[in-house]
Ligand binder design. Structure first.
Ligand code: COA
Length: 134
């Protein structure tokens, strides 16, 4: 069941902010450093997805995935033309770890998760293709 179209904006929300991710440079492969845009100090620019949520009546019904799609779409759009290869999100609590893992995010440290812009684009393209195939 999709969220009602007209009121969708009031039923789900997220905000974006520019951020910096710190990653353990030595532990990452060259490929990973390149993919994530990590410099030699272990820093990478990222778009932070913050304040993500659904109206409480819609929790636990699978709408979280669509909300992540909407947020990723905005991240990809925002990063176009900018050298920003990472998306980052800080889970509010440990119980949300399985949610972000299921959505394809990689746990970086603590409750911090990342996803590459490239992975986000792939996910969005495959979701569009599967919707077109329905
Ligand atoms: C987080 C949120 C967007 C997830 O959307 P959702 O539609 O409820 O999630 P789903 O139905 O797709 O659930 C995905 C999984 O995550 C788990 N999960 C989601 N939110 C959870 C929560 N608050 N506590 C514990 N588990 C949670 C579900 O149990 C589910 O696990 P399962 O597939 O093994 O059953 C929504 O629950 C929400 O708005 N929560 C309140 C705000 C919030 O916590 N935002 C996150 C900020 S980091």
């Amino acid at each position: 069941m999709a969220l009602p179209r007209r009121s969708r904006q009031n039923l789900r929300f997220f905000s974006l902010a520019m951020s910096i991710v710190t990653a353990p440079y030595e532990k990452l492969s060259n490929t990973q450093r390149k993919r994530w845009g990590i410099d030699e100090r272990g820093f990478a620019p990222a778009i932070l997805i913050a304040k993500l949520g659904l109206h409480h009546e819609y929790h636990g019904k699978g709408h979280g995935s669509d909300l992540i799609d909407a947020a990723l779409n905005k991240c990809v759009e925002t990063a176009q033309g900018a050298a920003c290869l990472l998306i980052v999100v800080d889970a509010l609590k440990e119980e949300l770890v399985c949610f972000y893992t299921k959505e394809g995010f990689i746990r970086l440290n603590g409750l911090r998760f990342v996803l590459t812009m490239r992975a986000a684009q792939k996910r969005l393209a495959s979701r569009t293709n599967s919707r077109q195939g329905e």
